[in-house]
Design a protein around this ligand. Structure first.
Ligand SMILES: [Zn+2]
Length: 389
């Protein structure tokens, strides 16, 4: 059989049909015809191609109102796999996902050295262990997607001048990992990967536009419009953490008073002598005095968020990211109140603020980007990235 990776989707209607089946879970050819305005013959031909590629499989027969039972189709989870990596300060998270977007395996690893090559070797080793443990055949492996804090440079597949990754500046990690594993590798900023995982999970319920606020040690974000994200020209759009909100300390970016320098989990945890994870756990338990200290800075975050919403006017604001998953619920009300009180368009329509639906979103999203790239050869163009799957 020809490798699904060599083939991929050859024309847009293949991704249209695949997506409809994914959204619905299970669909007959007749129902696909109704949903897409394609002829029954065209739908049947496309379904035959997808079945031949083993991306779609039979879900059994369903009774119709008239006539004989019809075959329903569903996504074949085993049709394609990818590994998503979230690079973080001092550690990385690895997730093996299948074509249905489900996590098959996940593990977190301390980065043993500040040197990029040793970390890439660790990532390659974990990837190979995942494939060995699950028996994923090479022709069904789409490759590795890496979600990294910015700034990155799409052109070189590298982190460009990273404050928290000494020695990593312009190291072509995308190419180096490709050489180590012999598979395709994609680099994307962490907030964009997380936003794409959210879009994937919402199916047809994606707001027309949303801003995904990504809270990790620092603060980033991603603007989504019509299920596609604005990555920025080199992949770095959405740096909410570098909006000036106070007459505060010097930021590592060189500006004075950036949100991240004035108030971020990384900064507050550092001051408390804790790791970011330890500090987030303390917040999750509402432990005093850490809880009060953290809450005192929320107005600074709100100030930056109001600026973002004033500029972009998204339909929804989503609070996510590794720390957003833990403390996001406690931000929804203060951010909603700030937007209603200070937002430029607050009297026209209240913006919907909610927490993210997907956990471990950045590594999940990095894997989805890689599956998307394998099937559509469409990674990013002109600063816009969407999933055609
Ligand atoms: Zn800054």
């Amino acid at each position: 059989m020809e490798s699904v990776l060599a083939k991929g989707f050859r024309y847009p209607n293949q991704s249209v049909i695949f997506r409809q089946i994914r959204y619905a879970g299970s669909l007959t050819r007749r129902r696909l015809t109704q949903l897409t305005d394609l002829s029954f013959q065209t739908v049947s031909n496309i379904v035959a191609d997808l079945v031949d590629m083993e991306l779609v499989v039979s879900d059994g027969l369903v009774n119709q109102n008239a006539g004989k039972p019809a075959e329903s189709l569903k996504v074949n989870p085993e049709g394609l796999y990818a590994v998503g990596i979230l690079l973080d300060r001092g550690k990385f998270e690895a997730t093996l996902i299948d074509l249905s977007g489900q996590c098959v395996l996940r593990s977190t690893h301390a980065i043993s050295s500040v040197q990029p090559e040793e970390t890439l070797l660790q990532i390659a080793e974990v990837t190979q262990q995942f494939l060995k443990r699950t028996g994923v055949p090479p022709e069904r492996f789409a490759g590795v997607g890496i979600a990294s804090p910015g700034p990155i440079d799409f052109r070189f597949g590298a982190i460009s001048h990273p404050p928290n990754f000494p020695g990593w500046a312009f190291v072509p990690l995308q190419q180096q990992l490709t050489d180590m594993l012999g598979c395709s590798v994609t680099l994307i900023k962490d907030s964009h990967a997380a936003a794409l995982a959210e879009v994937w999970s919402l199916h047809t319920g994606v707001p027309s536009s949303m801003f995904y606020l990504y809270l990790s040690a620092g603060i980033g974000g991603s603007f989504v419009i019509d299920s596609r994200i604005w990555t920025g020209f080199l992949g770095n759009a959405g740096e909410v953490g570098h909006i000036v909100v106070a007459d505060g300390p010097l930021c590592e970016c060189g500006r004075q008073g950036c949100l991240e320098a004035a108030w971020s989990l990384g900064k507050i945890a550092r001051e408390a002598g804790k790791t970011v994870e330890e500090f987030a756990d303390l917040l999750n338990q509402k432990t005093l005095p850490y809880w009060d200290h953290w809450r005192q800075g929320i107005p600074l975050l709100a100030r930056a968020v109001v600026d973002v919403v004033n500029v972009l006017e998204p339909e929804s604001l989503i609070v996510g990211g590794p720390q957003g998953e833990i403390i996001g619920n406690d931000l929804v009300t203060p951010l909603t109140n700030a937007l209603q009180k200070e937002g430029f368009v607050h009297n026209l329509r209240p913006i919907v603020v909610r927490t993210a639906a997907v956990a471990n979103a950045a590594s999940m999203g990095a894997g989805l980007v890689q599956i998307n790239a394998a099937l559509t050869s469409d990674i990013s163009s002109n600063g816009v990235l969407g999933l055609a799957i």
